[in-house]
Design a binder for this molecule. Structure first.
Ligand code: ZN
Length: 294
């Protein structure tokens, strides 16, 4: 992993140096777009039509909630064409950089598309940042990402534009696929590990039965566990969900002595079978269906 980052870094430096020699070259053309979120990277890779223009600095298995950048990440960020990050309340460490092009994804979409953390005031800092679990919102994001990517790499206009069109069509078809698959389960309830799939549940008519961890890494108290158990009984839930980026400890306490299934929902992706957005979200909705089985 480290080696790949280093190679990419030197490749970026080399490309930049080469490009800066030619007068007509766009100074950004050899530089990488940096992201802090895999699903956004997946969309941008589809627009780019390759896996080389965009680099996600948060590796699979890590979560941006608790991520601490390494020195190699800082070098990549400083030498990037632009950094695409989710929100000031999720990737706060990026705020320390002044001299880079920062694109906050939350700024690219109208507020009407966003949800707020339950019970909080409707201000920007309370926006639930996990909007990428909703393919319809991702579709709205495509033309915005395209526009910004072209600002830095205008020479890729034809390829990027064609790919963005294809991606929009794929997201449309995917929304229909999920809608159909989940239709028989409309109105059913789901208990999450942390509040990472509220946009998805809302989009496809599923109910939110609460989260095992109210915030990632925040362990439930014994009283929380008792309340969750009551909810599970009342709603007759057959499964609870783990997330691969977070430790399962509290789930084991919750399901101890019951025959509940522990399934997985992955809000981030990357790794085997979850390389692109469609693979990732298909994996997730199929696990949701599994959780409704008796
Ligand atoms: Zn999260």
């Amino acid at each position: 992993m480290k080696k790949t980052i280093l190679i990419l870094f030197f490749a970026a430096v080399l490309l930049f140096t080469l490009n800066s020699c030619g007068e007509k070259q766009n100074p950004q053309s050899g530089k990488l777009f940096i992201t802090t979120n895999y699903p956004i990277t997946m969309l941008m890779n589809e627009i780019a039509g390759n896996n080389e223009d965009v680099w996600c600095i948060i590796p699979p298995g890590a979560t941006e909630h608790t991520y601490a950048p390494k020195p190699s990440d800082i070098r990549l960020v400083e030498n990037s064409a632009a950094v695409f990050y989710i929100s000031d309340n999720l990737d706060a460490w990026l705020l320390n950089f002044d001299d880079i092009n920062k694109i906050q994804i939350l700024d690219l979409l109208p507020d009407s598309l966003f949800r707020y953390f339950p019970g909080s005031a409707h201000s920007k800092k309370n926006i639930d940042p996990h909007f990428w679990t909703d393919p319809v919102i991702m579709k709205h994001l495509v033309p915005k990402l395209l526009e910004i990517m072209l600002r830095y790499k205008p020479e890729r206009k034809d390829v990027y534009t064609k790919n963005a069109k294809l991606l929009t069509a794929k997201l449309n078809a995917f929304d229909i696929e999920i809608r159909k698959a989940l239709k028989p389960y409309r109105g059913r309830s789901l208990m999450l590990f942390h509040p990472s799939f509220l946009y998805f549940l809302n989009r496809y008519g599923l109910n939110y039965a609460g989260s095992v961890e109210p915030a990632p890494g925040k362990q439930p108290t014994l009283q929380d566990i008792a309340t969750l158990k009551k909810t599970i009984e009342k709603l007759n839930l057959k499964a609870v969900y783990a997330e691969p980026q977070l430790p399962k400890r509290s789930l084991k306490i919750l399901t101890h002595g019951t025959d509940m299934k522990i399934l997985e929902l992955d809000p981030i992706g990357g790794g085997e079978g979850k390389h692109n957005y469609f693979e990732l979200m298909r994996y997730n909705y199929k696990n949701i269906i599994k959780g409704f089985a008796d």
